[in-house]
Design a protein around this ligand. Structure first.
Ligand SMILES: [Fe+2]
Ligand SMILES: [Fe+2]
Length: 329
């Protein structure tokens, strides 16, 4: 009988010699900062954690297309429209790399997709907020993609090979996304008074939800420690959040705008940035499905999935035909 792995990857029952060898190799690879690949033995809890994390990440990329896609038809110029289309398309690509990475852990894409459509799986809470003005395209690029980069750059070194490699490519595209958002805000900030107000209003609305993208405070994040021991995560939620807030505190000066945080300051003694308390009750409510746009986002996704059925059928039929031809040859 197979032994069970506890959360630490330690075997709680008597392991078979094969499992024992697998675990030793796994621990050695982690200790020397090498990569775990799909064919390697890994503790069940490691596989589960990664499947959940990577698929949630993929869902976030796919759902994250919606707030911006809403603005493609209303972009203020052909240039802005072309950039926004390219950006939204990149996010679809990120979703696809990540579903592929998640699949290498053994759960098929249809199952992961079903978890999203049924509302069982989570995705980043930020995408349940509405994009109300054109300036939101700027605030989303600068703050939301910016927070994503701060989160994801360390993930390029995640111990699971396919995840880390997907992240390298994704981060390159995210940095373009952040710059295009910043540039939208910069132009608005130098425009008319109304445009400047619109930019400030967008920043005011996205600041807190963007800081929440790093997840709950360290004291309230029970799985973080294990993820750090497995070298999936390299920094804690609060460390990443502080690093990010320090970055945008400088950048906002270039915009000539402000962050809606009177408590924001660099604590010289502690050597870190301090920000105001965030509304974690709101965060929990949004994660639980009660944010301003949760229902709308899922409904749109279900609709898109149904409308795309013929594409999946055609692709499957084409693949089957090709396979059959190859067999005959
Ligand atoms: Fe992305
Ligand atoms: Fe992005």
């Amino acid at each position: 009988m197979a032994a069970q792995n506890d959360a630490g990857g330690h075997l709680s029952a008597v392991p078979s010699p094969e499992e024992q060898a697998g675990l030793e190799r796994f621990n050695a690879l982690i200790a020397e900062d090498s990569r775990i690949e799909p064919r390697d033995w890994m503790p069940e809890a490691y596989r589960k954690t990664l499947t959940r994390q990577i698929s949630q990440h993929a869902h976030s990329e796919i759902i994250g297309m919606q707030p911006e896609a809403n603005w493609i038809t209303r972009a203020p110029s052909l240039k802005r429209k072309a950039i926004l289309i390219a950006k939204v398309q990149d996010e679809a690509g990120h979703g696809l790399y990540l579903y592929s990475a998640a699949e290498t852990l053994g759960t098929p894409r249809e199952v992961l997709n079903e978890q999203l459509l049924s509302g069982k799986a989570k995705y980043s809470s930020i995408f349940n907020y509405p994009a109300l003005s054109w300036a939101d395209m700027g605030a989303i690029g600068w703050l939301v993609d910016g927070a994503a980069i701060a989160n994801q750059v360390p993930l390029c070194r995640a111990s699971y090979g396919p995840y880390g490699r997907a992240m390298v490519r994704i981060c390159k595209e995210e940095s373009f996304h952040q710059r295009q958002g910043f540039e939208i805000l910069l132009e608005l900030a130098h425009g008319t008074e109304a445009q400047k107000r619109m930019a400030q209003d967008a920043i005011n609305r996205f600041y807190e939800p963007a800081l929440m993208m790093f997840g709950p405070p360290d004291g309230d994040s029970p799985n973080s420690q294990q993820s750090m021991e497995w070298k999936i995560k390299r920094f804690s939620n609060d460390e990443l959040r502080q690093r990010f807030v320090g970055m945008i505190a400088e950048q906002v000066k270039v915009l000539g705008l402000t962050l809606p945080d009177p408590e924001l300051r660099f604590d010289e003694e502690a050597g870190r940035w301090v920000h105001k308390d965030l509304d974690w009750d709101e965060f929990k409510a949004v994660i639980a499905g009660n944010g301003p746009c949760n229902a709308q986002r899922l409904e749109r996704r279900r609709e898109a999935h149904e409308n795309g059925a013929w594409v999946r059928e055609a692709a499957a039929a084409y693949a089957a035909k090709k396979a059959q031809k190859a067999q005959v040859a």
